[in-house]
Design a protein around this ligand. Sequence first.
Ligand code: LLP
Length: 471
Amino acid sequence: MPTHEAGALHAGIPAPAWLEVPADVNALFQPLWPRTAFKKDDAVLQVGGITVTDLAAQVGTPAYVVDETDFRARATEFKESFATAFADLAGARVHYASKALITVGIARWLVEDGLAVDVSSAGELEIVTRAGMPPDRITVHGSNKRDAYLERALATGVGRIVVDSLQEIDQVERIAAATSTVAPVQLRCSIGIEAHTHEFIATSHEDQKFGLSLADGQAMEGARRAAAAPHIEFLGIHSHIGSQIFDVEAFAQAIRRLVKFTALLDASLGGPLTELGLGGGFGVAYTTGHDPMPIPEIAQGMADLVARECQREKIGVPHVSVEPGRAIAGPAGITIYTVGVVKEVTIPGGGKRLYVSVDGGMSDNIRTALYGADYSATLASRRSAAPPRLARVVGVHCEAGDIVVEDEYLPADIAAGDILAVPVTGAYCHSMGSNYNQVPRPPIVAVRDGLANVLVRRETQADLLARDLYA
Ligand code: LLP
């Protein structure tokens, strides 16, 4: 078996260009881990004041672990950065995107910390209202909203409904009229920006389902309809250009186009629009290859640009909202797994790849299979003196694409019973979880100051069978 100059075992397989051989395979690359996470002298990972070995003993594996301190610090940093940057303009509000990860417990943190939220389904709306989120801090999204969802949103008194089609404008008007209410509405626009991200998570180029296009005149038609509807208060336009975006120029382009269109609407509708929704999409580091910009810098950059573009277009500055999901929840969460089968597989060309199986997989993290997302992992339950070896972390599912971490250097002596931790799984892992192969979903455990607080318990076989009417 060939040995790398740095001591790593490659076994004849190439590593991706961004993946460096770790100088110490036991060390954490701190930017990927929650703020309270560190490895103790025995190299056991601790987060929120609890070791993962204690957590595994308490709640089992696999488990999603959320560092409450980290989540709330990120949420607060967003809120304060945008409040500060937009203080001399018309203000800005941060709506946490619930789709990333929401439970009643997490929604309570957001209520307490003064965040607003966006929801994209009746189910998410139910969770945040149960947590006591003030209705005016809720924005309602969805590309195909059912009547019952809109009725519930209006009855709740939500702050805004972002309409996504011409049809929906008529639907909102009909429902608001029937209940003698006035619906506060923003219009979701697609603005033709190709953000450099995975195709499935890029949302504002033209050939996808979201929004009304500026290019073909539908956004203008939608704005006219919304402004003329007696039971709609038309507040402004909204756009979300995609997710996991590092390209500052994409956000800048979006602001230029949206401010320009707002100016056009102000002139043609005969009154100023008071709001501008800029969506979410702020990228986070999943691996050593990513380097996101600090939030205060992003907020200040956006504020400067909004001010400058509004001045250029000679319009008043609207109140701005942003909707970060991943950038708040993602880095606050980790997943802990127990290692089972470890297998060396001879690959075409003769190299040998180490497959490390864990007790979860694509049902608790679909992002690797769905988007080709990169993750990393660390041995979290002991110190190893073995050299780093390139490995692939896979799950329990009956599917060759059941990959959790495509490539990572793990200690060459990784073995059954070890605990493996994967960072940056707070966003879009639990929320996109499934029961593939009738596998129950893991619990979500919040940790803080040495205490483990189960937010969502582990699913059981009984839960799954409860819906099978022949069981
Ligand atoms: N606002 C709107 C209108 C959105 O559609 C989304 C994400 C967000 C905000 C939050 O975006 P974030 O800041 O979290 O990137 N499931 C995918 C991402 C698709 C998200 C769709 N909408 C993933 O796992 O990467």
